[in-house]
Design a protein around this ligand. Structure first.
Ligand code: ADP
Ligand code: ZN
Ligand code: ZN
Length: 749
């Protein structure tokens, strides 16, 4: 069924139209199906088609309608049926096509993964759409003459008669047998469904104000509003607590007033519900749709369809929301634009921030990238006048200032369980004053290694080249790369000694050390382990906000969401490791993480303090943090990147390959390298460098040997030209026993 170009095209009998359908398969080709009754207007429609073994079907996307095909008539199958949702717009297809070109990933896989899972199912489903129900004139007349015994019908019609319209579920689920009865009212013509638009658009834009914008915020909002209707990427660089959210809300208000939809992206799935509630509270009449992968399938489908119909005014979601169809899109906000979670690390390795900018360009609207600690990529775009720059330099709350930063020099302080007496004392004083403290450590578990005190042996993962992390809570060793979980050995496998000690520290250890030192303090730990259940992070934050917690210990999950006005001390422990990481972005990440988490302190007028435990207080990264001067850090990091010709001064693509068979891996990468050299040589000038394949940082993961091959180019154009030439060659290589992926603009190298 593959539409190979080997045969002469054959017109179909009686000119039945042919639909070219993209499927969720790793192939850069669409598949042809007979599509009787389908027209050009069906391009963008989801359809169910026979595919694979006999009797099997799957959902695909019509990308083209044609009249000829190279598929022989006896092999040509017909579309089974269309999925009962409106087709995607040409603009949506263009977005997928952009991603296909830019990330060199098949359009079918992009498209099918961008839609809610329910729409990918071949079985029939019903979508309980959020509709409104209104009484008709015939309904009013009927109500007057209905016999008294029609109790429920009367009650339903009376309720409807009292208002312009009611939400469908408010009718259907309130009365006994409500759904069936409502259906009968509709059939009789006594009531009718309406799209949920009975609030006039002007009213939907209503923003309840709580703050008068300060002058910096006013200028920021004015700049965004002035850009309405034009492609305008804007970096909103505002220090922590400067009131960026307020700027977003006013910009959204303007979009809504002009009947435009706003797309707001947030980095952390856990914080999305709280953000949605906050926005909903300020826009009481707007229709808000939330979209993230943790939602129930029905709700997600509903929200997506509401957005696609143009019913939703504000769409809030995590990175996947960037693909939401939005016919009236007029503003995009990317909050915490520097956050690495905007980059998907599997399948289509897209950057939702970058896709958002492309999307804004496509529809001609402003895209606001907000951060206290912008990525060097975005700052570079500002420097080259590609992005506008708006700064918020002061905290918004009156009298609130940025926290003071000091160091605890661990060359001189003794640490117990990774924490100094000075830090414990500071936390103690804070709690005794009735204020809150936060301790940040970017490593979960109890200790990153278990080590034999006699010979130094350390248990490592049998499947990866990584040490096992000791989790005391579950009393197990766990691999953070493949998830392997094993018992804690009672003795050393090498020398038999029973003296196995926990080396280094993670969140669990800091928590238990603090609990021992400050038994009175009410404490909670926040990391991926303690917040696995949906809602648990929110619950902890709610307790903290209500003053029911004195100390929070955790990873960078603590750096986002909820304001804690009573939090005045932030402690940072064990941050030095990042200073010596092999990843050229490690310093940038460290500065961002610490400044974000430091920004938690002193949000109110109380003033805040940050204590960083380090052996390198003079290090440039820490000095910039101490000065609360992210721009200074960024400027020096930028100089370094420029010298070393690293992003944003060059453009990277990484071919990652893995295999259980080292020979196969070497053969594949050898051939891939040769093909890359050839592709690079075909380019004008010397703009592209192809590096030799090297073992990945984690050289073995889950039993697979891993290597990577880096391509570095002077310009995005040169990189894309090479990839366009190279990728077809790589795909044509024998790939037995090798899995590979291409990562364009990789975040981790
Ligand atoms: P950011 O996202 O920039 O870190 P937020 O948007 O969370 O900052 O705002 C920080 C705090 O300042 C919030 O409590 C917010 O309610 C408050 N705030 C924002 N704008 C103003 C203003 N104009 N006047 C007073 N307080 C404000
Ligand atoms: Zn030993
Ligand atoms: Zn492992």
């Amino acid at each position: 069924m593959n539409t190979a170009k080997l045969r002469a095209p054959i017109a179909t009998p009686a000119a039945v139209p042919i639909a070219r359908v993209a499927l969720d398969v790793p192939l850069f080709t669409a598949f042809d199906f007979l599509a009787p009754g389908f027209r050009d207007a069906d391009i963008g429609r989801l359809v169910i088609v026979p595919f694979g073994r006999a009797g099997h079907t799957c959902v695909g996307l019509i990308v083209e309608m044609v009249t000829q095909t190279t598929v022989p008539p006896e092999k040509l199958k017909a579309i089974v049926r269309a999925v009962g949702v409106p087709p995607l717009a040409p603009r949506d297809l263009a977005l997928f096509a952009f991603c296909e070109r830019y990330y060199h990933f098949p359009l079918g896989q992009i498209a099918l993964n961008a839609i809610p899972p329910r729409l990918r199912q071949t079985k029939h489903f019903s979508i309980t759409e959020m509709r409104m129900v209104a009484i008709t004139n015939t309904g009013r007349a009927a109500l007057a003459t209905l016999p008294a015994r029609a109790v429920v019908q009367r009650a339903m019609l009376s309720a409807l008669a009292e208002t312009a319209a009611l939400r469908e579920d408010a009718v259907a689920s309130v009365y006994e047998g409500g759904r069936a009865r409502l259906q009968r009212l509709i059939e009789k013509g006594w009531a009718e469904f309406r799209a949920a638009v009975d609030v006039p658009p002007e009213a939907r834009a209503t923003l309840t104000t709580t703050h008068t914008l300060n002058s910096e915020q006013t200028a920021a909002v004015a700049a965004i509003i002035a850009a309405r209707g034009t492609f305008a990427p804007i970096l909103l660089e505002g220090v922590t607590g400067s009131g960026k959210t307020e700027v977003y809300l006013h910009a959204i208000h303007d979009a809504l007033e002009h009947q435009l939809q706003a797309l707001v992206m947030v980095p952390e799935i856990n914080l999305s519900p709280a953000f949605v509630r906050a926005v909903a509270a300020r826009f009481p009449h707007a229709r808000i749709a939330e979209l993230h992968s943790g939602m129930a399938e029905g709700a997600r489908t509903q929200a997506w369809l509401a957005a696609q119909r143009g019913d939703a005014d504000i769409v809030i979601g995590t990175r996947l929301a960037v693909f939401t169809p939005l016919p009236r899109l007029g503003l995009i906000v990317v909050d915490e634009e520097h956050d690495t979670s905007y980059k998907q690390q599997e399948g289509l390795r897209y950057s939702a921030r970058d896709v958002a900018v492309f999307r804004a360009q496509e529809v001609s609207c402003p895209v606001v990238l907000g951060s206290a600690t912008p990525s060097l990529e975005s700052l570079h775009n500002v420097a080259r006048n590609r992005f506008a720059h708006i700064a918020l330099r002061a905290r918004a709350v009156v009298n609130a200032t940025l926290p003071r930063v000091a160091f605890i020099d661990t060359n001189h302080e003794r640490l117990r369980d990774g924490i100094s007496k000075a830090l414990i004392d500071a936390i103690d004083e804070t709690v005794k004053r009735g204020e809150q403290a936060l301790v940040f450590i970017n490593r979960r578990g109890f200790a990153p290694a278990l080590v034999c005190a006699q010979c130094g042996w350390m248990p490592s993962c049998t499947r990866c080249t990584a040490r096992l992390v000791f989790h005391r809570g579950i009393d197990r060793l766990r691999c953070h790369h493949c998830g392997l979980t094993v018992r804690v050995p009672s003795h050393c496998a090498d020398c038999g000694s029973h003296q196995m000690i926990a080396a280094g520290e993670g969140t669990e250890r800091i928590e238990s050390a603090l609990a021992a030192a400050l038994p009175e303090a009410r404490m909670a730990r926040v990391d991926r382990d303690s917040t696995r259940r949906v809602g648990s992070l929110e619950a902890i934050f709610a307790r903290a906000e209500a003053g029911a917690l004195d100390v929070l210990v955790g990873t960078q999950m603590l750096s986002k969401g909820h304001d804690f006005p009573n939090l005045t001390l932030v402690g940072v422990v064990n941050a030095d490791g990042a200073l010596f990481s092999a990843d050229f972005r490690a310093a940038e990440r460290l500065a961002q993480q610490i400044m974000q988490v430091a920004g938690r302190a002193g949000r109110a007028s109380r003033g805040g303090r940050v204590l960083i435990q380090t052996r390198f207080p003079e290090h440039a990264v820490f000095q910039a943090i101490a000065a609360q001067d992210y721009p200074r850090f960024a400027a020096s990091a930028m100089r370094e990147r420029k010298q070393n010709h690293l992003p944003p001064f060059s453009y990277l693509a990484l071919l990652r390959a893995e295999s259980q068979k080292p020979d196969a891996l070497n053969a594949f990468l050898g051939a891939a390298k040769a093909a890359a050299d050839e592709s690079a040589a075909a380019l004008q000038g010397n703009q592209v460098h192809v590096w030799d394949a090297v073992p990945s940082t984690l050289t073995r993961k889950a039993g697979f040997e891993r290597q990577q091959l880096l391509i570095q180019a002077d310009t995005r154009r040169a990189l894309q030209d090479v990839l366009a030439a190279w990728m077809p060659l790589v795909r044509a290589l024998p790939q037995r026993a090798v899995r590979w992926t291409l990562d364009v603009d990789p975040q981790e190298v």
